[in-house]
Design a protein around this ligand. Sequence first.
Ligand code: MN
Length: 202
Amino acid sequence: MNSSVKEVDKFTLPELPYALDALYPQISEETMRYHYGKHHQAYVNNLNTLIHNTPYENYSLEEIVLRSEGSIFNNAAQVWNHTFYFEQLSPFPQDVPMGVLAEAIVRDFGSLENLKNEIIRTATALFGSGWVWLACDKRDRLAVLPMQNAGNPLTHGMTPLLAVDVWEHAYYIDYRNRRADSIGALWDRIDWGCIEKRMPKN
Ligand code: MN
């Protein structure tokens, strides 16, 4: 047998915690079929191909994101980012933040509405493809960060809390060019219970 033939893919597409049509009407089944079924899957497939027979085969996904660059970084970070993005959405979300997360949002943004407006403003101003993140720094301060392409707060030493995908593939089927409207709708599917679990544990 040729030992260079890949026997098992290291990474697989994570299962969604809900059905493809469960986020309708904010996100349609057609968008999910493309975004999860084709784009997310393609990043997984590309990553498996790119790391084959390289030292990255022995790394966790997070280690690859932190230690790679170029096309391996791009595909690894897109796998990580999309897994994180789909996990935070729910057909039955906890619709407001609670506890320490709620306190941190009021402390750093004034209100949840202000945070939403800052995320939409930042997403609208982000030129081209990328992500807008809510992340927590080492002093436990929250920040809204725009990042180009596959950017991820982990490479800046920050803890990602919420990911907003502003690649056109995330919204163009349902919202065409209306990026701000797509985020306003997405907001109603964010499970703040999930976001709170991502806060750094002290
Ligand atoms: Mn995407």
